[in-house]
Design a protein around this ligand. Structure first.
Ligand SMILES: Nc1ncnc2c1ncn2[C@@H]1O[C@H](COP(=O)(O)OP(=O)(O)OP(=O)(O)O)[C@@H](O)[C@H]1O
Length: 482
């Protein structure tokens, strides 16, 4: 139901990137295959629909400075006609959602699921340390590179959603199937919400079906009543971890670092010969098998076991977005459904894995009155998020970075703004130049068309100017709290 058009771009952006076919589209973005003629490699170039503004630029800056193997390597951030585009590593191994729902899809083997989970948990640990919440940990946002390594993707919400207003009004954005209970209750989420979402993603990877199936609202509300079913044939430490990660109280959940550690240890036990090379984070090499345990899982809730294998996974086309708000919210995209009450307001679109485009205030979409129902029994909570983003005037990320070089200015002649600058992480491979198809860039959304313009290396100090000073590594998070 997404009505995002494909922007028309010039054949070459920034004098350097030859635009090819569309790789995918998000709520507020389009991702193109783009060939970097300077470095001779294919990349993924993501354009955004919204007009860039200083806050969006700041969000990009924050995210672009992150540097972790479990995030998507960002090579460059540029502007074209006042709109930002980001050049990333091309991850052409498909998404976890693809793997679960494809022709040969189904539950992942335990080592694959653990490897994926450890990579994402490590990325979340890094993101959280920087004061950012991802808020959209879903199978669709876990992308694999050509080597099968998982990367947490999608920071589109940081640009699409109005982050300041989101925070100001206490809005919560997330993908309905993976919302944490506190989000369903309309409370401001902290890092624990990402941990909860990761647990549901992992359970889905292990079972081949959603932990809370059904329509978005039912699925969201179900988790207020119970925890997800955890298969009883999992290793005990993995089952205990998943149970703890889905504790109803976010304070009872392990943090991402603890989850990452437990998953890595479980992977070594499950597949000792191959785990370390893929999963160790910079500076942390696992030399061999280590004892498995529940690790740093802090609190154990009564385990729900006995989960039987279910039917084939749901199609990814049933995605829907749930946005809970302390105030009446609006969805920018057409086709939203408002579920209003005096309490939290839920809004949905047909694309459930995607965070909605939300800006506090009046509704933009046309809600179906027949679908207006109470959203949640809990009152809205305007408590500040648990993770506070750094002050606007402060250097927001530098204190959180734990590895990698200091960011350097991204320029057309500087190939160093790549992950290869990271000494302990292998660069993600990209495909050789092959299939750029500029024809597909000619479709036009009149609301969104980016006017063709001569490519230029003349960069104005626009909203993403700060980003251009800071691109140095990997990006994957979504939306920071302020
Ligand atoms: N680095 C990448 N390499 C290859 N394909 C990518 C890359 N990033 C995104 N894509 C493709 O583009 C699609 C859209 O990605 P994007 O991050 O814009 O949106 P999304 O995650 O689907 O939704 P939203 O941004 O609305 O939450 C993805 O589903 C994926 O198929």
């Amino acid at each position: 139901m997404t009505t995002v058009g494909v922007p028309t771009l010039p054949a070459r952006l920034a004098g350097r990137y030859e635009i090819g076919r569309v790789l995918g589209r998000g709520v507020g973005s389009t991702v193109f295959l783009a060939h970097d003629t300077l470095l001779g490699r294919d990349t993924a170039l993501k354009t955004f629909r919204v007009e860039a503004d200083p806050r969006a630029g700041r969000e990009l800056s924050l995210l672009a400075k992150m540097d972790h193997p479990g995030l998507v390597p960002v090579y460059d951030v540029e502007e074209h006609d006042g709109r930002a585009f980001v050049v990333m590593a091309l991850l052409d191994g498909g998404s976890l959602a693809d793997r679960l729902a494809g022709p040969d899809g189904g539950p992942l083997p335990l080592p694959d699921a653990l490897r994926t989970g450890a990579a994402v948990a490590g990325a979340l640990e890094h993101v959280h340390r920087a004061g950012v919440l991802h808020r959209a940990v879903t199978p669709a946002n876990v992308l694999y590179d050509v080597d099968g390594r998982a990367h947490l993707s999608d920071f589109g919400v940081a640009l699409v959603a109005d982050a300041p207003r989101l925070t100001d009004t206490g809005l919560t954005v997330g993908a309905a199937p993976y919302l944490a209970p506190e989000q369903v209750r309309g409370e401001s989420p902290g890092p624990g919400a990402d941990v909860y979402a990761l647990a549901l993603v992992l359970l889905e990877a292990l079972t081949g079906r959603r932990a809370f199936p059904g329509d978005p609202l039912s699925a969201a509300q179900a988790r207020l009543d119970r925890g997800p079913a955890v298969p009883d044939d999992l290793p005990a430490d993995v089952a205990a971890l998943l149970t703890a990660m889905t504790a109803s109280d976010p304070d009872d959940r392990p943090d991402a670092a603890a989850a990452s550690g437990t998953l890595r240890r479980a992977l070594v036990a499950a597949e000792p010969a191959t785990a370390p090379a893929v999963l160790t984070t910079p500076g942390l090499l696992v030399a061999g098998p280590v004892a498995t345990s529940a690790g740093p899982v802090a609190v154990m809730r009564g385990a729900v076991t006995g989960h039987a294998p279910g039917p084939r996974p749901r199609a990814t086309g049933t995605r829907g977005v749930l946005v809970l708000a302390g105030l009446a919210a609006r969805a920018v995209l057409a086709g939203t459904v408002a579920i209003a009450s005096s309490g939290p307001v839920a809004e949905m679109t047909a694309d459930a894995d995607r965070p909605a485009v939300v800006a506090g205030g009046a509704a933009v979409g046309v809600p179906d009155p027949s679908l207006v129902v109470p959203a949640s029994p809990a009152p809205p909570v305007a408590a500040p998020p648990a993770t506070e983003a750094p002050d606007e005037d402060a250097a927001p990320v530098t204190t959180a970075r734990t590895q990698g070089p200091q960011p350097v200015r991204a320029t057309a002649s500087r190939p160093s703004a790549t992950r290869s600058s990271q000494p302990t992480a292998e660069p993600t491979r990209t495909r050789e130049p092959d299939d750029a198809d500029a024809d597909e860039t000619t479709r036009t959304d009149p609301d969104d068309a980016v006017q063709a313009a001569p490519a230029t290396r003349e960069r104005e100090r626009g909203p993403v100017g700060e980003v251009l000073d800071g691109v140095g590594g990997l990006v994957g998070g979504v939306l920071g709290t302020r």
